[in-house]
Design a protein around this ligand. Structure first.
Ligand code: NAG
Ligand code: NAG
Length: 303
């Protein structure tokens, strides 16, 4: 009798420990969650692999997500009060969205939000993750379609050349914590996996950019990632002017001093080109189509 009771409580205790263990593990694995969404049969992957993303942007202190952020902000970050317009920072994944958010937070002292809740970012300098209103400067989104667009009155569309953004996205998905895909990842399933990935992402890249360009009715400011890299300060100032935030020269200067720490993307000697001639042809075609649309739409406004 006594023995049975001891065994009963013993088993119950084990079960309890087991359940707590599972709970802890699932909370931890939330950090590494990949969110894949499907739209029109195209998978849009919202990579929230914070570690690899951090690696990508080289944000100091980011690579140890268990510790508190070590980002030295130029000013104590705050929300916009009273709130202003809700402005999208729309981009296809792998286009430098987080880096631009970082630069904006440095240069304005204001939080940027997101339609996602990336726990890695949340704990490391972006506490306004999942804030989607005018109390933040801009709101990150990789989404497209009417339901995603109509939450915003203005939009910044950040565009990066598709070959680079697709590869960045592949690195993030396959490279895990290290942040890069090993060469044999490209050879998976005799290369068919990579091929399908390129086809799907290129499709998404085109749809996302064209939908925002043609279907978003509010004021839209298009910037290129490559232009941001080449001339950070000028591009950042155009974004700030578009957003309508007061420019504090001291903060902008401080942000520029800290942009290097942030944009220390680990350069990797890529000793092979993962794109076949056929892929390159298709990428070029799609890129020209989208860039053509950007120039056609933007030209009358800027001249
Ligand atoms: C903005 O959204 C956040 C998070 O949902 C909320 O706490 C805050 O009150 C909102 N602010 C305004 C002005 O609506
Ligand atoms: C614009 O929106 C319509 C309706 O939602 C959609 O069918 C169309 O594909 C969109 N255009 C682009 C370029 O995405």
């Amino acid at each position: 009798m006594l023995f049975n009771r001891v065994r009963f409580w013993g088993i119950l205790l084990l079960l309890f420990v087991y359940l707590v263990g599972i709970l802890v593990l699932s909370v931890i694995s939330l950090h590494d969650n990949k969110h894949g969404r499907y739209r029109n049969g195209v998978e849009v992957t919202h990579q929230h692999l914070s570690k690899s993303k951090n690696f990508d942007f080289g944000i100091p202190g980011f690579r140890s997500p268990s510790r508190r952020s070590k980002i030295n902000w130029c000013a104590d970050l705050r929300y916009i009060d009273p709130p202003g317009e809700t402005i999208a920072l729309a981009s296809f994944p792998g286009s430098g969205n987080t880096w631009l958010r970082y630069l904006l937070q440095q240069a304005t002292g204001l939080f940027t939000g997101s339609v996602y809740k990336d726990y890695g970012l949340l704990k490391n300098g972006f506490p306004a993750e999942s804030v989607l209103n005018g109390s933040v400067l801009v709101v990150k989104t990789h989404e497209w379609g009417p339901k995603s667009r109509n939450k915003f009155s203005k939009a910044i569309l950040l565009v990066r050349a598709p070959a680079a953004s697709i590869q960045a996205e592949f690195n993030r998905q396959s490279g895990g914590h290290i942040g890069f895909a090993s060469p044999d990842r490209y050879k998976r399933m005799r290369g068919r996996y990579w091929q399908q990935f390129v086809t799907d992402k290129l499709n998404g890249w085109q749809q996302m950019n064209l939908d925002w360009l043609y279907n978003f009715t509010g004021p839209t400011h298009v910037i290129f990632y490559e232009q941001l890299v080449d001339n950070v300060e000028h591009t950042l100032r155009t974004v700030m002017a578009f957003v309508g935030v007061r420019v504090d020269e001291g903060l902008v200067q401080c942000a520029m001093e800290r942009k290097e720490g942030i944009y220390r993307r680990k350069k990797r000697a890529v000793n092979f080109d993962p794109y076949t001639e056929k892929m390159k042809e298709r990428i070029k075609e799609v890129q020209e189509k989208v860039y053509g649309a950007i120039y056609n739409l933007a030209a009358p406004a800027t001249s």
